[in-house]
Design a protein around this ligand. Structure first.
Ligand SMILES: [Zn+2]
Ligand SMILES: [Zn+2]
Length: 187
């Protein structure tokens, strides 16, 4: 967890997300030329209002922002996600693309998921962090890997899916509903 989000004087905003002065943010140098998706470039601090959620890849070359909360966050144990999650499932927040922006170059990989959907998966071409996936049939939504959130605690999973594909040693949150395969569309 970044100490940058816990500076004295930081004011609570939304959930575990806090605002801090732009000048005090230790991440600022990494975002010096990061374009429109990052509020650092506008000198407004890493968030400019209570509903903006931000994130980035491991190296900082790709970053993103959403002006809306996720539609839903789900834990996925499909076989594809086990590749992306280094053996574990993945945690993904679904955002509306109309409220979402990203900056920085990604490498795209297209494949057909277990659900039958043709998916576009996007990775940072510098550090390889998986960031986004999009189903071609549902262009109004984008799925964001929660590991890329600046404040991952913001995302609260609501469901565990594809449990039938998980290895025998997988641990599921007993407090969440489980679906053996693909649940209905998020939105
Ligand atoms: Zn990167
Ligand atoms: Zn999956």
């Amino acid at each position: 967890m970044s100490g940058g989000l816990r500076l004295p004087g930081a004011r609570p905003l939304y959930g575990g997300v806090r605002r801090q002065p732009h000048a005090a943010c230790p991440r600022r140098p990494k975002f010096a030329d990061c374009g429109t998706a990052c509020d650092h470039s506008a000198g407004l601090g890493w968030m400019n209002n209570a509903m903006t959620i931000t994130g980035r890849c491991l190296c900082g070359a790709v970053h993103w922002a959403s002006s809306e909360l996720p539609v839903v966050t789900r834990v996925c144990w499909c076989r594809d996600c086990q590749y992306l999650g280094a053996g574990s499932g993945t945690v993904n927040s679904c955002f509306r693309t109309s409220a979402f922006s990203s900056a920085g170059k990604t490498t795209d990989y297209f494949s057909v998921a277990d659900s039958g959907n043709r998916m576009r998966r996007r990775f940072c071409r510098a550090c390889g962090t998986p960031l986004f996936s999009e189903a071609e049939t549902r262009p109004h939504l984008i799925f964001v890997r929660v590991g890329t959130f600046d404040e991952p605690g913001v995302a609260r999973p609501a469901l565990t899916m594809w449990t039938a594909s998980a290895p025998i040693w997988a641990c599921f949150d007993p407090g969440l509903p489980q679906v053996a395969g693909q649940p209905p569309p998020a939105a």
